[in-house]
Design a protein around this ligand. Structure first.
Ligand code: GAR
Length: 223
């Protein structure tokens, strides 16, 4: 176990309910972490207001002030490194990242995505699951690599799609599961039960051959 709490930076583009879930987990004593920075590509993001209310340093960078994606991402990651973060959590950060800029963070950066990856990378995941006639849907937390939503999946939360579900309702029903999934994964990283071996995740020292599954009591190995 680390002697000091893990230092976390969070990037979010929107309302920040997943950030709120992380902060609430820390408040409840379920997550030993120090939040060193919350950053956004949108100055109006609700996540920034939540961070300010929690006295966490914030950063808003406008992509339009940079010549290209790489320049924006390099500046963003330089500032995140300067915050002293050990771990970078993408919690609704709605930008594609430049592969070269993100490379130093591989193994130290995770993302929550609202689908059962590898299904439905990218946008409109709830709609696409409904249109495909899927019977189940879910959310994934994965290590970020240069491949969009394509890095190794650490853990998933699943839910059954109901006959009455529309896109909005499905998103709404999934969100509380996301709010349990993300802090649970961050907790595993903070306690070093989950590690990156340079290529893939290891859980309790063993290669993780399938994503962990969120059950009523938290994360467990897939059967
Ligand atoms: C969440 O549903 C998250 O899974 C999704 O954005 C939402 C952010 O909500 N992320 C992505 O779609 C990333 N591709 P929040 O701002 O309330 O946490």
């Amino acid at each position: 176990m680390p002697t000091t709490p893990v230092r976390i930076a969070v990037l979010a583009s929107g309302r920040g309910s997943n950030l709120a879930a992380l902060l609430a987990a820390r408040e409840r004593g379920e997550l030993s972490a120090e939040f060193v920075l919350v950053g956004s590509d949108k100055a109006s993001a609700g996540a920034l207001r939540l961070a300010e209310a929690a006295n966490i340093p914030t950063l808003a960078l406008d992509p339009r002030s940079y010549p290209d994606r790489r320049a924006f991402d390099l500046d963003l990651f330089t500032r995140i490194a300067a915050s002293g973060a050990d771990l970078l959590v993408l919690a609704g950060f709605m930008r594609i990242l430049d592969g070269e800029a993100l490379t130093p963070w591989i193994g130290r950066m995770i993302n929550i995505h609202p689908s059962l990856l590898p299904k439905y990378r990218g946008l409109h995941t709830h709609r696409r699951a409904l249109e495909a006639g899927d019977v189940e849907h879910g959310a994934s937390v994965h290590f970020v690599t240069a491949e969009l939503d394509g890095g190794p999946v650490i853990a998933q939360a699943q839910l059954a799609i109901g006959a009455d579900d529309d896109e909005q309702q499905l998103a709404q029903r999934l969100l509380p599961l996301e709010h349990r999934l993300l802090p649970a994964v961050v907790n595993l990283l903070a306690s070093q039960r989950l590690q990156w071996d340079g290529q893939a995740p290891r859980f309790d020292g063993q290669p993780l051959s399938a994503p962990l599954v969120l059950g009523v009591d938290g994360l467990r190995l897939a059967e």
